[in-house]
Design a protein around this ligand. Structure first.
Ligand SMILES: NC(=O)C1=CN([C@@H]2O[C@H](COP(=O)(O)OP(=O)(O)OC[C@H]3O[C@@H](n4cnc5c(N)ncnc54)[C@H](O)[C@@H]3O)[C@@H](O)[C@H]2O)C=CC1
Ligand SMILES: O=C(O)[C@@H]1CCC=N1
Length: 270
């Protein structure tokens, strides 16, 4: 990809995308710039780890970019856009990964009819497994979307969705890996409490999660069908799941997703 890419924001989401892009080799390292608010140590780490350029000077980084990736927290958006507003031009593509924030908000803040693509990746980008949802703002066309797809395809799968669906998407695939890690933490604790070696527990649980994901993908079966195939009558799985049922696990998970979705909506309101 013959494009200069500038990240505004150099936190965990930006690093996950950066790391995926670098591994895929889609953009030369000297075309990638990163800026953050003021954490010099973080910039030094990223430069050393990925041999890219981190800079304090946002003007140069923004002016020379073909693609600008917004990767700051939603509450830092206004300040960040006001810093770069005068260096942006309509030939550039702006990609926002901010939870909740609409393409219209960004266009309004910048007061430029700029192409904006809203993306919701997840941190599995780091290993090429992000499930990224994309949607386009009103000044972005098919070519802009194709460019975004080309970029995010290097770090996992891309799915185009309606912008209205971005809140629920953020709640399931943006935050989703954290729910899985939370469950893994609990499974590891139970295993260790039962006397299993921590490394052994981690190895077994990690492969269990990978295997379940692969089964969902490769068999194409519904999750409940796959679950029922494991659940022998009066067996261990049934015993385990009966506790989840008694404690309304499915309702808890649904509430979890709904709350994340609501939070995304709130973040969008500023
Ligand atoms: N962490 C995740 O799994 C995901 C996060 N996101 C979104 O990515 C964004 C960043 O999240 P994290 O990386 O987790 O946060 P973070 O707190 O790790 O990173 C935020 C970065 O923004 C920088 N920043 C703040 N103000 C700035 C400014 N004016 N100019 C340039 N940089 C500025 C900070 O210095 C920091 O490097 C959020 O909007 C979040 O909704 C999206 C998908 C997944
Ligand atoms: O927690 C957050 O707000 C971000 C958005 C998706 C994942 N992390």
């Amino acid at each position: 990809m013959n494009k200069n890419i500038t990240f505004l924001g150099a936190g965990s989401a930006a690093e996950a995308i950066l790391s995926g892009i670098i591994k895929a080799g889609i953009v030369e390292r000297n075309r990638i710039r990163m800026t953050n608010r003021n954490n010099i140590k973080r910039r030094e780490y990223l430069e050393e780890q990925y041999q890219i350029t981190c800079c304090e000077n946002k003007e140069k980084a923004v002016r020379e970019a073909d693609i600008i990736i917004l990767a700051m927290k939603p509450y830092d958006l206004q300040e960040s856009l006001s810093e770069i507003k005068s260096y942006i031009n309509k030939q550039q593509l702006l990609i926002s990964i901010l939870a909740g924030v609409s393409t219209e908000t960004i266009i309004r803040e910048l007061n430029v009819s700029l192409p904006v693509i809203r993306a919701m990746p997840n941190t599995s980008a780091m290993v090429g497994y992000s499930a990224t949802a994309l949607t386009k703002g009103r000044h972005a066309d098919r070519e802009h979307m194709e460019l975004a797809e080309e970029l995010f395809d290097t770090i996992g799968t891309t799915t185009i969705v309606d912008e209205n669906d971005m809140h629920i998407v953020t709640a399931i695939s943006g935050s989703g890996p954290a729910y899985i890690y939370y469950m893994v933490e609990a499974m590891e604790s139970a295993a260790i409490e039962a006397g299993l070696d921590q490394k052994v527990a981690k190895e077994l649980i990690t492969h269990t999660v990978i295997g379940a994901g692969e089964m969902l993908q490769k068999t194409g079966e519904r999750a409940d069908i796959l679950r029922k195939k494991i659940t022998s009558p009066h067996g261990t799985t049934e015993a385990g799941i009966s506790v989840l049922e008694k404690n309304h696990f499915q309702k808890i998970m649904m509430d979890c997703v709904k709350n994340a979705q609501q939070r995304s909506e709130e973040l969008g309101k500023g």
